[in-house]
Design a protein around this ligand. Structure first.
Ligand SMILES: [Zn+2]
Length: 340
């Protein structure tokens, strides 16, 4: 009897061990499968839109994305002129906003989303820019136009305009060659939960004169001399025909206030606007060069190529244009073609 009981206990123990072993095996295999299955789907939330198989997509994705990413380096930030104005440049918020594709890394194979990316506003802006590029790979080279007190627009100049939205029930217009980029930028911000409202964009010269007069009169009524009133106004409002708004190349977003640079919308623009060809035109501490006060709300279209270079250079447009090596690139390209 005792031996029987011992044998039964031993058998039971063996059976239990075997069951435990099998259960552990199943769990292990299961977790491997789950990882394989999960990683593509978590990395590619919009995959359902695509009509090809997962494996095909993954391959296309990676190739696509690696190509795209090389042109866009979100980590190259150091911008001299921007550093003093972006007091919170180091906060995680400002750096995490950018693009979903960067915040979605799940596995090495499926870091990038294909479908959503190729249709993303940023990608569409890139595609537009590629189509608008010259033989030197510079998109929208027409947009590198300096408009300031020393470089007024021609008398009677009126750009071809396209609506980019409305504000206060009024249409907001932009140079029709750059309008699509402005709209894509607003769309991208909206996708990130932020609303960019074009409170002001193209301004007729007559309107610029009205604005200037109103401000001038206001300073005079505050007791300033007429000379001083003119200078004070000219610091804030461009003399008619010397404003980028007259050229249809600038947009004032959301709030005409220095405190706009404390908002998530400004942070988003600072981090993303160059993907759509826009630059912060009057950074903090550059008044002596631009002649215009710090305007965090004023964003200027210069094309994607120049916007990225300007952002990375930390220069304002006046400096960039005077130092612009791209003027020589046509010579260099032609030379390379002949000389080899
Ligand atoms: Zn403006």
């Amino acid at each position: 009897m005792k031996i029987d009981i011992i044998i039964k206990i031993v058998i039971a123990a063996l059976v239990l061990t075997a069951i435990l072993f099998i259960v552990l095996m199943v769990i292990d295999v299961g977790s491997d499968k789950t990882e394989d299955v999960m990683s593509p789907s978590t990395g590619e939330p919009d995959d359902s839109d695509s009509d090809t198989t997962t494996s095909d997509n993954t391959i296309y994705n990676n190739t696509d994305q690696s190509g795209i990413k090389k042109t866009v380096d979100p980590n190259t930030e150091p911008v001299d002129a921007n550093t003093d104005l972006n007091t919170d440049a180091d906060t995680p918020n400002s750096t995490t906003i950018p693009s979903e594709e960067e915040t979605n890394p799940s596995s090495p194979q499926s870091t990038r989303t294909p479908t959503s990316n190729s249709n993303s506003p940023q990608q569409r802006a890139r595609t537009l820019a590629d189509a608008a590029s010259n033989s030197n790979g510079i998109d929208n080279s027409w947009a590198l136009q300096l408009v300031n007190a020393k470089n007024p627009l021609a008398s009677g100049f009126v750009p071809n305009l396209t609506s980019i939205g409305s504000y206060g029930g009024e249409n907001r217009e932009f140079d029709n060659r750059g309008a699509a980029y402005a709209k894509l930028m607003m769309e991208a911000a909206q996708n990130d939960g932020l609303i960019l409202t074009p409170v002001s964009s193209y301004r007729r010269v007559v309107r610029q004169e009205e604005n200037f007069r109103a401000s001038f009169n206001s300073f005079v009524s505050q007791g300033h001399s007429r000379e001083r009133a003119f200078d004070l106004t000219a610091e804030q409002i461009a003399v008619p025909r010397t404003s980028e708004h007259n050229a249809g190349l600038a947009i004032d977003f959301n709030s005409i206030s220095t405190s706009f640079d404390q908002t998530a919308e400004f942070h988003w623009l600072r981090d993303n606007a160059h993907h759509y060809g826009f630059i912060l035109r009057y950074p903090s501490g550059t008044t002596s060069i631009t002649g215009i006060i710090y305007e965090p709300w004023h964003w200027r279209f210069v094309g994607l190529h120049h916007a990225e270079k300007i952002k990375n250079s930390g220069q304002v447009l006046e400096q960039y244009i005077s130092n612009c090596k791209d003027d020589e690139s046509a010579v260099a390209a032609w030379r390379a073609q002949l000389v080899g």
